[in-house]
Design a protein around this ligand. Structure first.
Ligand code: 0O2
Length: 210
C-alpha cells in the first residue's frame, strides 16, 4: 500500500533538517576553505532536493521492498540530496575532505566516479554523509547524498540524464558512443581551464617569437 501524504511529510522532515545542516556546513567551507581573502571560493553553486513521494515508492518497488516508511528509512540513502558544483576537480576533493573531517558527521558511503568514471562516461564524486538530527531527548543520524561535480561534469550528466539515463531512447548505441565522445571532449576542456589557472598562479611562460 502507498504511503499517505501525511506519512510522507513525517518521513521527510528529519531528512530536510539533515540536508539544511549539511548545506550550511558546505556554505561555511566555501567561504573559509581558501581563507577569507581568497578571490573566489571552491563552489560555483549548489542545488538540493528531497526525493518526491512517487520516486521513493518507485525506488522501493525496484528494490523489491514494500513502500512503507520504515523500508524507506532502511533502504534509501538518497532521500535528501545536495549537488555541489565546483570550479575545478581539486576543489571537489578539498571541499569533500573538509566535510569528512567534521567529527560530528559520519561517512556512510563514497563513490569516486572521477577517479573511475562509469563505462558510459559519467563523472562525479558521491558521498553519503550521516548528519545528526536532535529531537527532544534523542539524536539520530540521517543520510544525505552529496554529489560533487565540476560545471562540465554537470552539463554532461544533466543532458545524459535527460536523454539516456534509465530511458530507452531510439538509436541507443549510437547515442551512447556520442556521449562517450562528449565526455572526453569536456574533460579536455576542463583540463585546459586547469592549465589557465596554473599559469595565472605561477606566471605565464614568455610568448614565443615568430
Ligand atoms: P535520479 O533520477 O538522479 O534520482 P543508489 O541508486 O543510489 O542506491 P548507487 O548505484 O550506489 O545506488 O548510486 P550511485 O552510483 O552513487 O548513483 C546515485 C545517483 O547518481 C543517481 O541517482 C543519479 O542521480 C546519479 N547517477 C549515477 N549514475 C549516473 C549516470 O550514469 N548518469 C547520470 N546522468 N546520473 C547518474 P538515481 O536515483 O539513480 O537517479
Amino acid at each position: 500500500m502507498d504511503m499517505t501524504n501525511e506519512q510522507y511529510y513525517d518521513l521527510i522532515r528529519p531528512y530536510e533538517d539533515a540536508r539544511r545542516l549539511l548545506e550550511t556546513r558546505l556554505e561555511i567551507l566555501n567561504h573559509s576553505l581558501y581563507g577569507s581573502r581568497a578571490v573566489c571560493g571552491p563552489i560555483h553553486n549548489m542545488q538540493n532536493r528531497i526525493k518526491a513521494k512517487k520516486s521513493i515508492e518507485d525506488k522501493l518497488r525496484r528494490l523489491g521492498q514494500r513502500d512503507s516508511v520504515s523500508n524507506a528509512r532502511d533502504y534509501l540513502q538518497d532521500i535528501a540530496g545536495i549537488r555541489v558544483i565546483c570550479y575545478f576537480v581539486d576543489d571537489i576533493y578539498n571541499v569533500a575532505a573538509g566535510l569528512k573531517r567534521q567529527s560530528d558527521l559520519v561517512l556512510v558511503k563514497e563513490r569516486d566516479y572521477i577517479a573511475t568514471p562509469k563505462p558510459n562516461g559519467y563523472r562525479s564524486y558521491h558521498i553519503v554523509m550521516g548528519a545528526p538530527v536532535y529531537c527532544l531527548d534523542a539524536m539520530e543520524y540521517f543520510p544525505v547524498e552529496v554529489q560533487f561535480r565540476t560545471m562540465s561534469m554537470d552539463f554532461w550528466a544533466s543532458m545524459e540524464h535527460r536523454i539516456c539515463y534509465k530511458k530507452n531512447p531510439e538509436h541507443r548505441e549510437r547515442l551512447e558512443q556520442e556521449f562517450l565522445t562528449y565526455a572526453a571532449v569536456l574533460k579536455e576542456i576542463e583540463e585546459k581551464f586547469e592549465e589557465y589557472r596554473e599559469r595565472r598562479e605561477n606566471g605565464w611562460p614568455p610568448e614565443e617569437a615568430d
